[in-house]
Ligand binder design. Structure first.
Ligand code: MLT
Length: 325
């Protein structure tokens, strides 16, 4: 008899018990890794959402910047973090969809090593030049770029960032060669544009808007499908320069693989509740952020979207001949 009890006990001990966070989750502060330097669009979006969501879950959410290599350094750290429900990645289109087609030594798999928790709203991008720039229209910028290969410096947030990808796609479709200048985030990239160190950049609407309104930069074009009230008189890229040129940065929260499902359920339902707060979501729209549907925000839809986007960007990068440089 004893032998059977021993076997049963051992097998019970060894059986893979489904991970489950304690019922009082979250019982301590949560960390969100943002893999760009502070002050850029991803950092700004993450902090706004973290501050408002912390009210829902009644727990502090700490945003930790881990910049470098287009977001892949922070994403690697998050993939290796303990799946205990207290460390998450703020992911986005660059290092969660484009990176596998650009970095041959990527040390994480955006789909296999993460579980989507919820998707943030999107941000289109804005083609910006400095306030003293001689370029007043997209056509003038393209004319110079075509006549002077590699003379136009575009700042970006690192290889694979949307500021890098969108500038490369634009150059390829417009038939010109530009020189990309990489920074650790769009924040420092925008600072150097305003300081006149570089000629142009694509920045997301939420951080481009205040500088455009302040007259520090000039918006030449939008990568959105339609013109935006927040950028009066600014044409879309597709109507002025490149037919079909439409792209937005997408973002969202990811947990390392193996995070208990009740953690993901707790956070995604708190987020869905938060996104019913019309005063909060109106503030996002006012910043040029494009709200999505509740169905888009959900974990399973976002997990599938991440996988689909990885396939799509592999094709876009191949067709545009975008390289890691
Ligand atoms: C990018 O893709 O360019 C990033 O969003 C930049 C940033 O958020 O700092």
């Amino acid at each position: 008899m004893k032998k059977w009890i021993a076997i049963l006990a051992t097998s019970t001990l060894l059986s893979p018990i489904a991970a489950h966070a304690a019922d009082d989750y979250p019982s301590r502060a949560i960390t969100w890794i943002v893999p760009f330097s502070a002050g850029g669009p991803t950092d700004s979006m993450a902090r706004n959402i973290a501050n408002r969501l912390s009210q829902e879950i009644k727990q502090t959410i700490l945003v930790e910047n881990k910049p470098g290599a287009g977001g892949t350094i922070g994403a690697t750290a998050a993939a290796r973090s303990d799946p205990d429900g207290y460390t998450f990645l703020v992911g986005h289109i660059g290092y969660m969809a484009a990176a596998p087609s650009l970095y041959s030594e990527l040390r994480y798999d955006p789909v296999k090593d993460f579980e989507a928790v919820f998707r943030f709203p999107d941000t289109p991008l804005v083609l910006l030049v400095g306030e003293n720039s001689s370029y007043k229209t997209i056509d003038e910028l393209v004319a110079f770029g075509k006549a002077n290969p590699e003379q136009l410096n575009f700042s970006n947030a690192g290889v694979g960032s949307t500021s890098h990808l969108v500038a490369a796609m634009f150059a390829s479709k417009a038939g010109m060669k530009i020189t990309p200048i990489a920074y650790k985030g769009a924040g420092p990239a925008l600072n150097d544009l305003m300081g006149g160190q570089v000629d142009a950049m694509f920045d997301q609407t939420n951080t481009a808007l205040p500088q455009t309104r302040g007259g520090k930069v000039r918006a030449l074009g939008l990568t959105s499908d339609k013109r935006m009230d927040q950028f009066p008189g600014v044409p879309t890229m597709k109507e002025k320069a490149v037919p079909g040129f439409q792209v937005s940065t997408w973002y969202g929260l990811y947990a390392p693989k193996g995070t208990p499902s009740n953690v993901i359920d707790t956070l995604s339902s708190a987020y869905q509740t938060m996104m019913q707060d019309k005063a909060f979501t109106q503030k996002m729209s006012d910043q040029g952020i494009l709200l999505l549907s509740d169905a888009d925000y959900a974990p399973k839809a976002f997990q599938q979207y991440t996988a689909d986007e990885g396939k799509r960007w592999a094709q876009v990068i191949k067709e545009a001949g975008i390289k890691l440089k």
